[in-house]
Design a protein around this ligand. Structure first.
Ligand code: ATR
Length: 277
């Protein structure tokens, strides 16, 4: 069996849980390989990736702050990554770099695995934030047939730019941040997703009152540290169903592992517990 070298490129990367996830799967499936952390500055990205290629890497994941810049260094970028505007998974084949985005898959699979009966088509979704994560979330929701997406971001220009580059843009509407129309939207929402960094350990909490939230709305936070964010705790206290974000990290790792090792790995309870879920 050949040894498969893979890893994660980012800055910083030392906190990443990805080596634990890939290491677990390599062992579990009896494979031979490694998953290394590769800390590269923005200036060092191109040279660093050339070194990975020269040292026989089969592929690598890409995280903050390189998910956009790495696109220009890839020989091929697939349609999904182009729509999302970011590459988080690269496969090296015959010396060429192939970029894709698995965050869309990760977000949707996590939601489906926690709420298998959730009907995406049953009503509108409120999405908070318009950064890189929001782009993947919006694309996933459109693919699943969500009839309308109401997008709310502190910086309205970023929400407008996201809408302008999205497929099916007529299904997305921008709402003001902390606005009256936003509060009204919550009363009609089938799903609420926080994609901002608010609520993360060390960051302020999201100041969003869920008072008028529809009792049937599912609330999903993609922040996973802490696992139960203030938003999820408030939703739970109101009796709404909630989905935590740790599973998105686990599920987004699966397609890359499959591309590099030829095995589509499973997310088990044991693995979820290992990463703090
Ligand atoms: P990611 O790739 O994780 O989405 P990002 O692209 O930096 O990261 O996006 C962070 C998101 O969190 C943005 O929607 C950002 O809002 P702005 O576009 O207005 O910057 C949002 N965000 C971060 N800090 C925030 C704060 N204090 N209040 C409101 N929104 C915040």
């Amino acid at each position: 069996m050949s040894f498969t070298k893979t890893g994660l490129v980012g800055h910083p990367v030392s906190h990443s849980k990805s080596p634990m996830i890939h290491g677990h799967w390599i062992k579990h499936y009896g494979l031979s390989g490694s998953y290394e952390l590769v800390d590269l500055s923005c200036e060092g990205l191109a040279d660093g990736i050339r070194t990975l290629k020269a040292s026989g890497f089969k592929g690598f994941n890409v995280t903050v702050p390189h998910k956009v810049d790495v696109m220009a260094l890839c020989d091929h970028v697939d349609d999904l990554a182009r729509i999302v505007g970011a590459v988080n998974t690269v496969t090296i084949k015959d010396g060429a770099l192939h970029g894709t985005n698995t965050d869309v898959f990760g977000f949707i699979e996590n939601l489906k695995s926690h709420a298998p009966d959730f009907d995406f088509k049953a009503g509108p979704a409120v999405v908070l934030g318009a950064g890189g994560a929001a782009r993947a979330v919006v694309q996933g929701l459109l693919q699943e047939g969500v009839p309308e997406i109401w997008l709310s971001n502190r910086t309205p220009e970023k929400a407008d730019a996201l809408i302008a580059s999205a497929s099916l843009k007529d299904r997305i509407k921008r709402l003001g941040w902390n606005s009256a129309e936003g509060i009204k939207a919550l009363s009609q929402a089938n799903l609420v997703v926080n994609t901002t960094s608010l609520g993360m350990t060390g960051k302020p909490a999201l100041t969003l009152s869920l008072e008028g939230l529809s009792p049937k709305a599912l609330v999903h936070d993609i922040v996973y540290a802490p696992l139960m964010t203030p938003l999820l705790l408030e939703a739970q206290a109101q009796g709404n169903r909630t989905v935590t974000g740790i599973g998105m990290l686990l599920h987004q790792a699966r397609p890359g592992f499959a591309l590099w090792h030829g095995v589509m790995p499973e997310v088990t309870d044991e693995l979820t517990k290992m990463v703090g879920g």
